[in-house]
Design a protein around this ligand. Structure first.
Ligand SMILES: NC(=O)c1ccc[n+]([C@@H]2O[C@H](COP(=O)([O-])OP(=O)(O)OC[C@H]3O[C@@H](n4cnc5c(N)ncnc54)[C@H](O)[C@@H]3O)[C@@H](O)[C@H]2O)c1
Ligand SMILES: [Zn+2]
Length: 354
């Protein structure tokens, strides 16, 4: 079974295909390209490279966020040039979000932009990172500081690939799935409950149902706000104002992105309740869901609230130093609130105290 999700943003039109993918699908899709260059990481390539290696030469970078760097970007650009890549060549990303961001940015910049497609290998990539056209790399000064909007021409999301994703990485992706539920789709929360065991066991049908649903939700939000200019795309940032602050304050060492987002969702649900925007009981429901998926409910060691607040003021959604958060209305709805009072955030942070 295959589910197709249409993405439309500015002039770009493309599909994410949820279902099995094989090399011949990719070859057929790219038949007009003069050549195809694969970019993958060491883990994904050793688990799945064999299936796709016939498609073209591959650059396999070390697994891990450190490869989303200027150095790797530069190495790949030189490799493309030395290998004779031209304007009609295409790049195929085979990997999680690190690779789809890196390969997408390589495609955005090589010869001022060539085509690329992705085989999204992690849950995070299939529900979020590979979709929506944001590409980029990190700088020592901060994550995702250099990048471009450059849409893939196709994204394949094969549930079979998810079987080899390490458990902590799978949970990391589940945090984003939970986020979709609370921020934009209450039905997703029912699905997560009714198919919990199947999803946890990586049953293909169950995975397909939740990943394609997330894909459709992201497609809808991207269609409404392709370049993140009207605040609509910020609904998918529920949990992220606080989450990013926790990640950054702990030097990206102590918490995975998904863990930080779960703590963020708990705090932001509480902020909503205290600000009388979110119905009472919502924070308890977030806590219950996060608990069910084995994600953290509290900080592992205490953090200075003032410093977290300082980081929130510098969040990309913030204007003129006030704290901006995507706060829940009824479960399944969310709105960007540009000026959340600091005192409320300090109070809400107590819910996740170590
Ligand atoms: N562009 C966007 O809109 C967007 C959105 C969210 C996240 N991101 C970016 O995505 C990245 C995080 O994505 P991620 O969580 O997928 O990280 P990742 O790509 O680093 O993958 C996590 C780990 O799992 C391994 N892995 C992935 N798929 C596997 C598979 N099928 N089998 C075995 N191992 C596998 C990887 O090798 C890696 O070690 C970050 O760089 C983040 O900034 C981008
Ligand atoms: Zn996220």
């Amino acid at each position: 079974m295959k589910t197709l999700v249409d993405f439309e943003a500015d002039a770009a039109r493309y599909q994410a295909v949820y279902g099995r993918v094989c090399a011949s699908d990719v070859a057929e899709f790219h038949q007009a390209a003069s050549s195809l260059f694969i970019i993958s990481d060491s883990n994904v390539w050793s688990a799945h490279g064999e299936k796709f290696s016939e498609l073209g030469p591959a650059m396999v970078v070390p697994a891990g966020e450190a490869s989303k760097s200027v150095e790797c970007w530069s190495e790949i650009q030189s490799w493309l040039a030395e290998s004779g890549a031209d304007r009609k060549s295409a790049i195929l990303a085979v990997g999680g979000g690190m690779i789809t961001d890196l390969a997408g940015f390589c495609a955005a910049t090589y010869m001022r932009g060539i085509a690329y497609s992705s085989i999204a290998a992690s849950l995070m990539a299939q529900v979020d990172a590979a979709l929506g056209g944001k590409t980029g790399i990190d700088l020592p000064e901060g994550k995702n500081l250099v990048g471009a909007f450059h849409h893939p021409s196709r994204v394949w999301c094969d549930p079979q690939l998810l079987k080899t994703v390490p458990e902590p990485e799978f949970k990391n992706g589940m945090a984003e799935v939970i986020k979709y539920g609370f921020a934009v789709d209450a039905l997703m929360l029912n699905l997560l409950e009714s198919r919990r065991a199947e999803i946890a066991n990586r049953d293909e049908d169950a995975l397909l149902e939740i990943t394609s649903r997330c894909g459709s939700l992201k497609a809808q939000v991207v269609r409404e706000d392709p370049k993140e200019t009207i605040g609509r795309r910020a609904v998918l940032n529920f949990g992220h104002t606080v989450g990013h602050a926790i990640e950054a304050e702990s030097g990206y060492q102590l918490y995975s992105h998904g863990e930080a987002v779960c703590l963020g969702m708990i705090v932001e649900a509480k902020v909503g309740e205290l600000a009388k925007r979110t119905p009472a009981g919502s924070c308890a429901r977030v806590i219950e869901t996060v608990r069910e998926w084995g994600l953290p409910l509290a900080l592992r060691s205490s953090m200075n609230a003032e410093r977290l607040i300082e980081r929130m003021r510098r969040d990309k959604k913030a204007v003129a130093g006030s704290i901006a958060m995507s706060l829940l209305g009824e479960v399944g709805t969310c709105r960007l609130v540009p000026d959340v009072p600091e005192q409320i955030v300090i109070e809400a942070l107590k819910v996740i105290e170590a």
